[in-house]
Design a protein around this ligand. Structure first.
Ligand SMILES: *Cc1c(COP(=O)(O)O)cnc(C)c1O
Length: 408
């Protein structure tokens, strides 16, 4: 594909109020008016370019929103205080009591918990399905269904959603396709493939410095206006507002996202190929052994690669924990949840980020005890990283040294 979403960010041009190359930060919660009439019009949403109160909107947040909308090829976007703030407000905006959601069963633990435990209190029910099976998805639609919800690359199993196929189903049944694209910014452009709403946790790759949480909803002007409506907008009324200072700092980090994604992807592909060749059970969309490798290839914006996430299965939780502790001791990364940092981060999802999912369900979806999720860092010398990782694995018996196996 020749489409280059990073250009859409790079080509934006806005100056600070003193001509600074960065837009000035709007460090105010409220705004003055010369005339009372303009204040009224602004409150009603009829005074373009005027600001009233920073929970509604603020210049810094709008700049960041515009840049993210450009990246995701949507008309506009609304930044939020966290990824969960984006996800929960989108679902609550699109669904009322009695409505039904079809969701991938392999999704972020917080999203799963929200749909499984929280929205039923509001009489919104969810069917969790194998999103890679389009027939199952379509068969799960009821007369009350409003949303198909998925992650382009799922957490933590790295399943790939066929966004085009899901979008065809959504359009046939007049549903909204909502895609969480947190794992694959730039690599996959869901709206180009037919998604209606794209969500990111900015906390991860997009901000990339693990110093804040943040989120965004990218969509049509009409939908974003609904989210921000003072009378019944979920973002507005739930108050999931990002702080302006943060919006300004996330915008600055966003500008290097394309370079970071290329390096994350390059390093992850290198390690995945090595691990697989060493006989480790490795899951990475860039490997031909990945069941949706061809699908990812078809959907991707090639230059950003297959992303920075990979998993290996070392057989048991004990071994996974020992390996992670040893890798941290040897400065290969941090035993931490989250992703998209310059350092490699690793965790065992079954006992951390996906612990909201009951054990039987984890088992059913293939989330095993020995699974380690890696968010591969920006290491300048990935060959050295690999060699050190390999020596940890050999010492712990995760990998058998080739010669000794032959002797034995
Ligand atoms: C982290 C994450 C979220 C939640 O984002 P927060 O910023 O932590 O609220 C949602 N979806 C995915 C795929 C994530 O990785």
């Amino acid at each position: 594909m020749s489409f280059k979403p990073a250009n859409n960010i790079q080509d934006l041009q806005y100056f600070g109020e003193f001509g600074g190359v960065n837009p000035s930060i709007s460090d105010s919660s409220t705004y003055t008016f010369l005339s009372a009439k303009t204040m009224f019009d602004t409150f009603e949403g009829n005074a373009d370019g005027c600001y009233l109160y920073s929970r509604h909107s603020s210049p810094s947040n709008l700049y960041l929103g515009e840049a993210l909308a450009a990246m995701e090829v949507t008309e506009t976007a609304n930044v939020t205080s966290s990824g969960m703030g984006a996800i929960t407000s989108v679902i609550l905006q699109l669904c009322s009591a009695g409505d039904h959601v079809i969701s991938s069963r392999t999704i972020y633990g917080g999203t799963y918990a929200f749909l499984k435990n929280f929205t039923p209190k509001l009489k919104i029910e969810t069917s969790f399905v194998d999103i890679t099976n389009l027939e199952t998805v379509e068969a799960s639609i009821t007369k009350d269904t409003k949303i198909i919800y998925c992650e382009s690359v799922s957490n933590p199993l790295l399943e790939i959603a066929d966004i085009k196929g899901l979008s065809d189903i959504a359009k046939r049944h007049n549903l909204k396709l909502v895609v969480d694209n947190t794992f694959s910014p730039l690599s996959i452009s869901p709206t180009v493939l037919g998604a209606d709403v794209v969500i990111h946790s900015l906390t991860k790759f997009i901000n990339g410095s693990s110093d804040t949480v943040g989120g965004v909803v990218c969509g049509t002007q009409e939908f974003i206006n609904e989210l921000r409506n003072v009378n019944d907008g979920a973002s507005m009324l739930l108050g999931v507002t990002m702080d302006s200072l943060r919006a300004a700092s996330v915008l600055k980090n966003l500008r290097t996202l394309h370079i970071r994604m290329q390096q994350h992807s390059k390093n992850a592909l290198y390690l995945a190929e090595k691990f697989e060749a060493d006989g480790l059970k490795t899951v990475y969309p860039g490997l031909e052994s990945h069941p949706s490798h061809d699908l990812f290839r078809k959907m991707m914006n090639t230059e950003y690669g297959f992303g920075g996430l990979l998993t290996i299965d070392v057989g048991s939780l004990e071994l996974a924990n020992e390996l992670m502790e040893m890798m941290q001791e040897r400065n290969l990364g941090y035993l931490a949840v989250s992703l998209g940092f310059y350092k490699t981060l690793f965790s065992a999802p079954g006992t951390s980020t996906s612990s909201e999912i009951p054990e039987e369900e984890q088992y059913e979806m293939g989330l095993t005890d020995g699974l380690i999720r890696f968010s591969i860092g920006l290491d300048a010398d990935i060959e050295r990283t690999y060699k050190t990782m390999k020596s940890c694995m050999t010492e712990l018996g995760v990998l058998m040294p080739k010669k000794e196996t032959q002797l034995a």
